[in-house]
Design a protein around this ligand. Structure first.
Ligand code: PGA
Length: 250
């Protein structure tokens, strides 16, 4: 299984700014280990520019940060999988905690997006993770189980393992500088692996499980060395090519 080193650029960068960083990244990442692939998820309006910068570069691809679960129709402000693919995206994030909390997306809606994106030739990183209150109340396992069960409910049992990944992002560690500890990451990733074995037994062992939440160049290699960590999803520290490059080669 290749490790996925993913960047989530959130609502940062115009097309021009994104193209600049994407080009720098390609130039800098000459030491990318062979067992890794790089995925950059820019805002919609920069997908084409980043795809152009990555064209012909092995192991670099582009993802969207959101998708709507329909082919076309009266869905103001939304984009279909075909539109994202035409712009140059091969992947999409579903269930990011900012969409779950700020945009009030339910587990079921995240599941609809995940299934529809996969059916329509986008690969998916399904993001899951608990709020601090849930962790403090001992609900980690329940939250992950509910998010994964609903998030994967509509996914075909024959899906190929390389088309789907799960990102564990404890909400309290996103953008806060508070990275989860080794024991917390190992526990959550083992729980996710066990849940995947129940939900999608045929691909559970080969499904990459990424960690996300305040990953930086100085903690990335320790996180990557943990059991069941098959990549990272990086926000803030992925916005500059140099700092993301130190993470992807860590
Ligand atoms: P962060 O964001 O690295 O800035 O904590 C991670 C994410 O939201 O995917």
């Amino acid at each position: 299984m290749k490790k996925i080193m993913a960047a989530n650029w959130k609502m940062y960068k115009t097309g021009e700014e994104a193209a600049q960083v994407a080009k720098e990244l390609v130039q800098l990442a000459t030491d990318l280990p062979k067992d890794r692939k790089v995925l950059v998820c820019p805002p919609f309006t920069a997908i084409k520019e980043v795809a152009d910068a990555f064209r012909g570069v092995n192991n670099f691809s582009v993802g969207a940060q959101n998708v709507y679960p329909a082919s076309e129709g009266a869905f103001t402000g939304e984009l279909s999988p075909a539109m994202l693919r035409a712009a140059g995206a091969d992947w999409v994030l579903t269930g990011h905690s900012e969409r779950r909390t700020i945009l009030r997306e339910s587990n079921e809606f995240v599941g609809d997006k995940t299934a529809f994106a996969l059916e329509n030739e986008l690969n998916v990183i399904l993001c899951v993770g608990e709020q601090l209150k849930e962790r403090e109340n001992g609900l980690l396992s329940e939250v992950l189980s509910a998010q994964l069960t609903a998030g994967l409910a509509g996914v075909s049992k024959n899906i190929a393992a390389e088309r789907i990944a799960v990102a564990y992002e404890p909400v309290w560690a996103i953008g806060t500088g508070k990275v989860a500890g080794a024991a917390e990451i190992t526990e959550a990733h083992a729980l996710i692996r066990a849940l995947l074995k129940k939900i999608m037994p045929h691909i559970a062992d080969e499904t990459p499980i990424l960690y996300g939440g305040s990953v930086k160049s100085d903690n990335a290699s320790a996180i990557m060395a943990l059991d069941n960590v098959d990549g990272v999803l990086v926000g803030g520290a992925s916005l500059q090519a140099e700092s993301f490059c130190r993470i992807i080669c860590a």
